[in-house]
Write a protein that binds this ligand. Structure first.
Ligand code: ADP
Ligand code: ASP
Ligand code: MG
Length: 418
């Protein structure tokens, strides 16, 4: 019998009525002859509330206790989903991460799935259970403690189960009906894509498009999982994430991502000598700070400024690590300036590999709107800029227009080659 994975995000299980609506979709697939692994998120808003409680109690919290608290939202929805299915006459039971067990690394708060043994769930399918309802986002570490997979991690739970159980499909049900050229909440001109390549989705996700967790796309790409994003409120087909070769539409820029979750640090008056970058970024790495963009300004008289960005929820850790390094005498700087009023906007497209001129066009468009670019980074298929947060929406809308993403194919660029 073929297995399907169906994942329902927070808004899709936000109340009992919506859980019933989701359960109906599951029942239909069971009636079609499938065995189903349902992965559920916590009810909308619940995880934020739990995170808020943890931070109130302990700003630099013990990550193991953070996981103990924030994983609990999914336990509630898993049980409620199993009960709802049972009430509909569908043989179902719930599984918390440790019960499966979803084995993970010990990186609390951002753990990676290492293994999902099939035996326990397979044994229940063999006994006639039709639906295994799995609490997303959580697992169990090597020491037996509960772990979580990072925000949005239920997507990764779903893809990992699809890979482990060789599922026919992995459907991610959410509050939009697919993947768009940019977040449809930011511009009405955003266009739904029929298909998107793993690689482009990976970039978009890692640059802030939270429709899929980055790690879930990585796993789908590695294990060739047929991943579809679709609406839990309609029966329309969604967007398929697939190999580049399966996509007919060719375009230079495929999508625009944004991230509010950025903070910028500037250390002034840093000594300009070999080893100074290592002395700054070493302690940050040890403190678990994910440094993203970096610029070192032109030095004058052997002194320079160093600017970097990191996620807003790591600001306290970053500050502490730098202050401690300074107290030890490992680094010296004039001032530490922290700016949390920034956002990152990125354009992504595999066509950039063979088309030049995207960066120039992007910078010109932002300049026309008077948007100052604070930091720039590029890779083969993306360009990211850091801008003042108040300009984030405008930047996304402007770039969406500039690259004509509302039209199939987008802009034509004349130049070929790098
Ligand atoms: P869930 O709770 O179902 O996991 P999320 O809120 O995590 O849902 O992800 C869905 C949201 O992702 C959408 O409501 C939308 O605002 C946002 N989003 C960001 N970028 C995109 C994009 N390119 N296409 C579709 N949705 C996007
Ligand atoms: N509930 C978790 C979160 O809000 C995981 C998820 O929904 O994917 O981040
Ligand atoms: Mg999500």
């Amino acid at each position: 019998m073929s297995i399907l994975v169906m994942k329902f995000g927070g808004t899709s299980v936000a109340d009992l009525e919506r859980i019933r609506n989701a359960a109906e979709k599951v029942r239909r697939e069971v009636d079609n002859g499938h065995e189903v692994i349902v992965v559920v998120s916590a009810m909308a808003g619940r995880t934020n509330e739990l995170v808020g409680w943890v931070e109130q109690v302990s700003p630099l919290f013990d990550a193991r206790e953070y996981d103990a608290v924030v994983s609990s939202g999914e336990n509630v929805t898993a049980g409620l989903m199993a009960l709802t299915l049972q009430e509909m006459g569908v043989p179902a039971r719930s599984w918390q991460g440790w019960q499966v067990p979803v084995k993970t690394t010990d990186a609390h708060g951002a753990a990676r799935i290492v293994e999902i043994p099939r035996e326990n769930i397979d044994a229940k399918f063999a006994e006639g259970m039709k639906v295994a309802v799995v609490a997303g986002f959580q697992g169990v570490g090597p020491d037996g403690r509960i772990t979580t997979l990072g925000r949005g991690g239920s997507d990764t739970t779903a893809v990992a189960f699809a890979a482990a159980f060789a599922a026919e499909r992995c459907d991610i049900y959410t509050d939009v009906d697919g993947i768009y050229t940019t977040d449809p909440r930011i511009t009405r001109k955003a266009r739904k894509l029929e298909k998107i390549s793993y690689e482009e989705m990976l970039e978009l996700a890692s640059l802030g498009a939270k429709v899929l967790q980055t790690r879930s796309v990585e796993l789908a790409m590695r294990y060739k999982v047929r991943l579809q994003v679709r609406s839990s409120f309609s029966d329309e087909p969604g967007t398929l994430v697939c190999d580049e070769e399966e996509i007919m539409e060719s375009r230079v820029v495929s999508g625009i991502a944004h991230s509010r979750d950025e903070a910028k640090f500037t250390l002034t008056d840093v000594e300009d000598r070999p080893g100074v970058a290592a002395a700054i970024f070493g302690p940050l790495a040890e403190a678990g700070v994910n440094v993203d963009m970096i610029v070192q300004n032109v030095a004058e008289d052997g002194r320079t400024d160093m600017t970097f960005s990191c996620p807003t929820n790591q600001v306290l850790r970053a500050e502490k690590a730098l202050e401690e390094a300074a107290a030890r005498g490992d680094i010296a700087f004039g001032k530490m300036i922290r700016d949390e009023d920034v956002a990152k906007v990125s354009v992504v497209g595999i066509g950039m590999r063979s088309h030049a001129g995207v960066a120039a066009r992007m910078f010109e468009a932002l300049a026309r709107e008077g948007i100052n670019i604070e930091v720039i980074t590029t890779s083969e298929i993306k360009i990211s800029v850091l801008v003042a947060r108040k300009y984030m929406e405008l930047a996304v809308q402007t770039l969406h227009d500039t690259f004509e993403l509302d039209k199939i194919g987008g802009i034509e660029t004349a130049s070929e080659g790098p």
